[in-house]
Every structure is written in C-alpha cells, then in structure tokens.
Design a protein around this ligand. Structure first.
Ligand SMILES: Cc1cc2nc3c(=O)[nH]c(=O)nc-3n(C[C@H](O)[C@H](O)[C@H](O)COP(=O)(O)OP(=O)(O)OC[C@H]3O[C@@H](n4cnc5c(N)ncnc54)[C@H](O)[C@@H]3O)c2cc1C
Length: 94
C-alpha cells in the first residue's frame, strides 16, 4: 500500500508468486506491543540510512528473502515516529 511504483514492480511479483518469502520486522525485545517506544533507530547519514537495533519473534526473519523492517526515525512515543525500510537478504545482520 505504501511502496512506490518501483518497489512494487521489484518485489510484488516475486512475493505474490512465492519465488521470494517476505518478513515483517516490527517486534523487539522488551517493546513488543509498545512499538512507539522501539529502540531500533534509523539515522540518515549522507545518502544512506544507518539502522541499529535488534528484533525478535520475526517469522521468516532468517529464511526470508526480503524484510520490511520498522525503525524509529523520531523521538520515542511521539506520533509518526517510525519508518519502514525494505531490506534484502544479505543486508540483514543476525
Ligand atoms: C509465532 C510468532 C510469530 C511472530 N511473528 C512476528 C513477525 O513476523 N513480525 C513481528 O514483528 N512480530 C512477530 N511476532 C511478535 C508478536 O507480534 C508479539 O508477540 C506482539 O507484538 C506482542 O509483543 P510481546 O510478545 O512482547 O508482548 P508484550 O508487549 O509484552 O505484551 C504482553 C501482553 O500485555 C498486553 N499489553 C501490552 N501493552 C498493553 C497495554 N498498554 N494495555 C493493556 N495490555 C497491554 C498485550 O496485549 C499482551 O497480551 C510473532 C510472535 C509469535 C509468537
């Protein structure tokens, strides 16, 4: 729903056909339901986002080809303080 056209063309056919498996990475240790207070933070550094943090309970977090990872880009417990990042296999650190 929120991806741009390039992202839709790149990912949806593979995910819809089952060629790729996707994951959704929101939950973190200690801040499961309290997502607005998550500790994973994304900071823009020039042309790159630097993401630091840890997730748990992520179905297909290891076996998936691509994950939508939610990270905090604003102050804790503020509205609209999080952003979604598409991260492909090989760029995920475990
Ligand atoms: C098999 C499995 C697969 C999962 N896969 C994924 C996945 O793919 N991606 C992902 O992001 N997450 C995944 N999860 C995580 C799941 O969504 C979390 O368990 C959920 O977010 C709750 O977090 P928590 O377990 O830390 O519980 P907590 O946040 O500790 O909550 C514990 C209990 O307290 C209640 N509670 C919390 N806060 C309040 C409040 N303010 N008022 C009243 N009640 C409250 C909750 O409803 C819950 O009943 C998975 C979990 C399981 C078990």
């Amino acid at each position: 729903m929120f991806g741009n056209e390039e992202q839709k063309r790149q990912y949806l056919p593979k995910l819809a056909s089952g060629q790729w498996i996707g994951a959704w990475g929101l939950t973190e240790p200690n801040t499961g339901s309290d997502a607005g207070n998550m500790r994973t933070v994304a900071v823009l550094d020039g042309d790159y986002w630097i993401i630091n943090g840890a997730k748990n309970f992520i179905t297909h977090g290891i076996s998936g080809n691509v994950a939508v990872v939610i990270a905090r880009t604003g102050a804790p417990n503020q509205g609209q303080n999080s952003s979604a990042f598409v991260i492909e296999e090989g760029r995920l650190a475990f």
